[in-house]
Design a protein around this ligand. Structure first.
Ligand code: NAP
Ligand code: GDD
Length: 385
């Protein structure tokens, strides 16, 4: 019989990739989606199956991690072999605006799942993956960060996830649950939420290259992140739940890069060289050169004159806006995933350049489509962050 999995947060970046991955492996996949006033399933629409079809293997349930009874009812109905708890208010900056909600969904939400499994008598059946995070390290106490590095979270999000991390371990030790934490470092993709920094940069670069946007407004350019590809990271989640014993694993590339460098690399991947000048809030990113061949190949020959003109006429493509700074920042993340590589055999396929290539190819295509629609006289939408 097929294994079954329940994914909370199935409409998110990781949920979508994981659902696709498990379906390919022959799983019956249940996903929890939130009720929304608009469709919110764009990332999983390609997997959608009509409810009238018999023997569906991808089934969506309305739910919310802040609703214990709802979570308990769904777990009772699905009786899943594996639960991947990916649902969360996952934006660090927004968690400063909604700290109580974040604690409820990201912290107590995890408890609701663990307690439901226990109360329903599924402790021997349902294995649980908890989406823990490198944000736990916050003000880092050790470089690089391993499973043994002490935590020091720096946001309401990080603190809520700290509770989730420990309650997962507590239920494992107290009740014998197969419950594990994946301490995942930042992972991105073409379907990354638009307000996270990599996607914001990739989208803006695409728009700027096509003449659809003038400038990208950014916060702290000096923080450093260990960025991997979400497609690699969801495989680690799966591997963690296939182990005989539950455990906690760091999942990371071991390479750290500043936001400034990420901007430079992203623009360079499309043939635009950005040079930074000035300090603090007056720092700007200016276009200083265009690689003719690369730009023509990645963006298109029809856009090159306008971009070259900017070198002399209007070179500033990146500016600082203090509103994007955080009350407390996580300055440096770099993970040591030796344990995962040794015990799980997890090996990521993408490096940072491969990730950027994947993201910019997708965003340039998307923005070209938008541009085409706009030039055809139809209305397009401008989403800024
Ligand atoms: P994401 O794209 O923001 O997706 C979050 C998902 O959670 C979405 O499906 C969202 O639904 C859902 N959700 C939010 N609040 C909910 C609630 N109260 N009840 C039920 N569902 C809720 O996040 P992601 O990047 O895929 O990350 C997946 C998980 O890994 C998150 O827990 C995140 O904190 C954690 N994590 C992420 C990273 C990373 O770099 N991506 C690194 C470490 C850990 P809507 O679509 O309706 O908003
Ligand atoms: N979002 C955003 N927008 N971040 C900016 C900006 C901006 O305009 N300018 C600079 N940054 C900096 C942030 O201050 C932070 O230091 C860094 O870019 C990364 O920000 P995000 O991409 O928002 O991600 P994050 O590291 O805060 O959190 C992500 O990774 C965590 C794992 O470490 C999220 O996916 C979390 O859910 C995840 O746990």
């Amino acid at each position: 019989m097929s294994k079954s999995a329940l994914i909370t947060g199935v409409t998110g970046q990781d949920g979508a990739y994981l659902a696709e991955y498990l379906l390919k492996k022959g799983y019956v996949v249940h996903g929890i989606k939130r009720r929304s006033s608009m469709f919110n399933t764009e990332r999983i629409d390609h997997l959608y199956q009509d409810p009238h079809v018999e023997k569906r293997n991808f089934i969506l349930h309305y739910g919310d991690l802040t609703d214990s009874m709802n979570i308990t009812k769904i777990i009772q109905e699905c009786q899943p072999d594996e639960i991947y708890n990916l649902a969360a208010m996952s934006h660090v900056k927004v968690s400063f605006d909604t700290p109580e909600y974040t604690a409820n969904a990201d912290g107590i939400g995890t408890l609701r799942i663990l307690e439901a499994v226990r109360l329903l008598g599924l402790t021997q059946k349902s294995r649980i993956y908890q989406a823990s995070t490198s944000e736990l390290y916050g003000l880092v106490q050790e470089v690089p960060q391993t499973e043994k590095t002490p935590f020091y979270p720096r946001s309401p999000y990080g603190v809520a996830k700290l509770y989730a991390y420990w309650i997962t371990i507590n239920y494992r030790e107290a009740y014998g649950l197969h419950a594990s934490n994946g301490i995942l470092f930042n992972h991105e993709s073409p379907i990354r939420g638009e307000t996270f920094v990599t996607r914001k940069i990739s989208r803006a670069m695409a728009k700027i290259s096509l003449g659809m946007q003038d400038c990208l407004y950014m916060g702290n350019l000096s923080s450093r992140r260990d960025w991997g590809h979400a497609k690699d990271y969801i495989k680690a989640m799966y591997l963690i739940l296939q182990q005989d014993k539950p455990d906690d694993y760091v999942i990371a590339t071991g390479v750290t890069t500043s936001i400034r460098e990420f901007i430079h690399k992203t623009f360079a991947a499309a043939g635009m060289e950005i040079s930074f000048a000035g300090e603090n809030e007056n720092e700007t990113g200016n276009i200083v050169n265009v690689d003719d061949k690369l730009f023509r190949e990645k963006v298109g020959p029809e856009f090159i004159d306008a971009v070259k003109k900017r070198i002399t006429d209007d070179p500033v493509m990146v500016r600082i806006d203090r509103n994007y700074f955080r009350p407390t920042e996580v300055d440096l993340l770099i993970g040591d995933s030796t344990k995962a590589r040794t015990k799980l055999g997890w090996i990521p396929k993408y490096d940072l350049n491969g990730l950027i290539e994947d993201m910019i190819t997708s965003d340039i295509n998307m923005m070209k489509k938008e541009n085409h629609i706009k030039n055809g006289g139809f209305r397009t939408f401008n989403y800024f962050e």
